[in-house]
Design a protein around this ligand. Structure first.
Ligand SMILES: Cc1cc2nc3c(=O)[nH]c(=O)nc-3n(C[C@H](O)[C@H](O)[C@H](O)COP(=O)(O)OP(=O)(O)OC[C@H]3O[C@@H](n4cnc5c(N)ncnc54)[C@H](O)[C@@H]3O)c2cc1C
Length: 349
C-alpha cells in the first residue's frame, strides 16, 4: 500500500516508523527542516508518565514504554531516562490516578509531604504525594530523529522542506509534484485544521505555551518529573516540571493565548514568565528562581483533551494531542498503522 504521511513531528515520525515496519511504501512530507522549532515536538525534554486517571492512557503509556525501548535498541540512542514522577495537589485529582495505577498493577508509593520533601529537597509539596518509579523524561529532539531513522530503516522516504498545499482524494499536492496515495496520514499538529473538515474530528484550538528553564542550585540533586495539580494550596494553573539537559523546566498547562501557527510571534508573554518565576520562588527551593529562560511551543487541543485519532475515507487523522501526546507517540503510531491497514476501525479501542 502507498501511504503518504503529512507532518514530521513526533506523531508523523512515529507513524511512518510503524507503518513502514509493516512493509508499506511510506513517504513522509515535512514542510520545514529537521529539528525545526515551529511546532510541538522540539526541545530536550518531555515527561513520560503512566499516572492518568483514565485506564486507556495508563495502558497506552505502558505500550509506548515498550516501544520507546524498541526504538532505543533499533537506533542505538538513549531516549528515555527513568527518574520517577510525582503528582501532588488536589486529592480529588491525585486519588483517581492512584486508583488507576492500582488497577493496572503498576508499582507506586504514597508519601506524606514532609517525607517527600526530605527525599526530593528541590521541591515543596502541599498534599499527599503519589510517586511512580517507572516514569521519567524523554529527549524530544532525539526521539523525533530516532523515529525518522527507524522509518527510513524500514524503507520510508522522508522529504523535508516540502509543504503540502492540498489533499484531494488520493492526491497529495506539493509545489513540485503530486503524490498519489492509497492512504494519507495527516499528522500536521497545529496545521491539521487546514486540511480536515470539522465534522471529521473535534474542533482544535492552538495555543502558544511557554515553559521556562531554571538553573538548579545543586547539580547533584535528584529531580523526579512532577505535576502540581491546582485546587489544594496551589490557587493558580497546574504546573508540570522536570529536570532536563537545559535545567529544571516548568510550565503552566494550557494557559497560553490562542494563536495561528502561521502568524504567531514566538515571543513569551512577560506575565506568564513572571508567574513561573513566582511559582519557582515559592515551590522550588532547588532552583535559582531569577534564572528563568523561557521558550515557546504549540499545544493543539481538543475540547476534552482526548486525542483525535480517526479514519475518514482514505485519510487517517492523528491530531489534537492537547499538550500531553509526546510520551504516547510510538503507541499512537501503532494505532495509526492499524487504521491504515484496516486492522482497527477506531482510534480508541
Ligand atoms: C511546552 C510543551 C510541553 C509539553 N510537554 C509534554 C510532556 O511533558 N509530555 C508529553 O507527553 N507531551 C508534552 N507536550 C505535548 C507534545 O509535545 C505534543 O503532543 C506532540 O509533540 C505533538 O506532536 P505532533 O507531531 O502532533 O505535532 P508537531 O510536532 O507540531 O508536528 C506537526 C508537523 O506537521 C508539519 N506540517 C504541518 N502542516 C504541514 C504541511 N502542510 N506540509 C508538510 N508538513 C506539515 C509541521 O511542520 C510539524 O513538523 C508538550 C507540548 C508543549 C508545547
Amino acid at each position: 500500500m502507498k501511504v503518504v504521511v503529512v507532518g514530521g513531528g513526533i506523531i508523523g515520525a512515529s507513524s511512518a516508523w510503524q507503518i513502514a515496519g509493516r512493509g508499506h511504501d511510506v513517504t513522509l512530507l515535512e514542510q520545514f527542516g529537521p529539528g525545526h522549532k515551529n511546532g510541538a515536538s522540539h526541545g530536550s525534554s518531555r515527561i513520560f508518565r503512566h499516572a492518568y486517571a483514565d485506564d486507556y492512557y495508563v495502558s497506552l503509556a505502558a505500550r509506548a514504554h515498550s516501544l520507546w525501548r524498541d526504538l532505543e535498541t533499533a537506533t542505538d540512542t538513549a531516549l528515555l531516562a527513568v527518574t520517577g514522577a510525582v503528582d501532588h495537589g488536589d486529592p480529588a485529582t491525585v486519588n483517581p490516578r492512584i486508583d488507576a495505577l492500582k488497577r493496572a498493577g503498576l508499582e507506586f508509593e504514597v508519601l506524606e509531604p514532609v517525607a517527600a520533601q526530605q527525599r526530593w529537597p528541590g521541591l515543596r509539596f502541599d498534599t499527599t504525594v503519589l510517586f511512580h518509579a517507572a516514569a521519567g523524561r524523554l529527549h524530544a529532539d532525539r526521539s523525533v530523529a530516532a523515529a525518522i531513522e527507524a522509518a527510513r530503516s524500514g524503507g520510508a522516504t522522508v522529504e523535508y522542506e516540502t509543504p503540502v498545499r492540498e489533499i484531494s482524494g488520493s492526491d497529495v499536492v506539493t509545489d513540485t509534484r503530486t503524490y498519489v496515495a492509497d492512504v494519507v496520514v495527516l499528522a500536521a499538529g497545529a496545521w491539521t485544521s487546514e486540511f480536515v473538515p470539522q465534522e471529521v474530528i473535534p474542533p482544535l484550538v492552538t495555543t502558544q505555551e511557554q515553559p521556562a528553564h531554571f538553573v538548579p542550585l545543586r547539580p547533584e540533586m535528584q529531580w523526579p518529573s512532577f505535576i502540581h495539580h491546582p485546587g489544594a494550596l496551589l490557587d493558580t494553573a497546574g504546573i508540570y516540571g522536570l529536570s532536563s539537559p537545559d535545567g529544571i523546566k516548568i510550565g503552566e498547562h494550557a494557559t497560553g493565548p490562542v494563536v495561528s501557527p502561521r502568524t504567531r510571534g514566538f515571543v513569551p508573554n512577560p506575565d506568564g514568565v513572571q508567574r513561573l518565576i513566582d511559582y519557582a520562588g515559592k515551590w522550588l527551593p532547588g532552583v535559582d528562581a531569577k534564572s528563568a529562560d523561557p521558550s515557546t511551543c504549540l499545544y493543539t487541543s481538543t475540547p476534552d483533551s482526548n486525542f483525535a485519532i480517526t479514519r475518514s475515507g482514505n485519510t487517517v487523522v492523528a491530531a489534537g494531542f492537547s499538550g500531553h501526546g509526546f510520551k504516547f507517540a510510538p503507541a499512537v503510531g501503532e494505532v495509526v498503522a492499524d487504521l491504515v491497514d484496516g486492522s482497527r476501525r477506531q482510534g480508541r479501542a
